[in-house]
Ligand binder design. Structure first.
Ligand SMILES: [Zn+2]
Length: 64
């Protein structure tokens, strides 16, 4: 039978920079490779939401 290693380690593509990211319990920023990439992604997500909110405002026409 296969035993699960205590410390799992896997290299995954970083969602932000597409570089090698260590997906391990020792990497608190997983699946990102670094704190900077995690912040970058969060920033993109925030601006995306802001954009959606803005377009919501433009489509929200009140003709009453
Ligand atoms: Zn990265």
């Amino acid at each position: 039978m296969q035993e699960t290693p205590e410390v799992f380690q896997k290299i995954v593509p970083c969602p932000a920079c597409k570089g090698d990211s260590l997906y391990a319990s020792t990497n608190p920023y997983r699946p990102f490779c670094s704190a900077r990439c995690k912040a970058l992604d969060l920033g993109a997500w925030a601006s995306e939401e802001f954009r959606m909110e803005a377009s919501n405002l433009t489509t929200d026409t009140e003709d009453q």
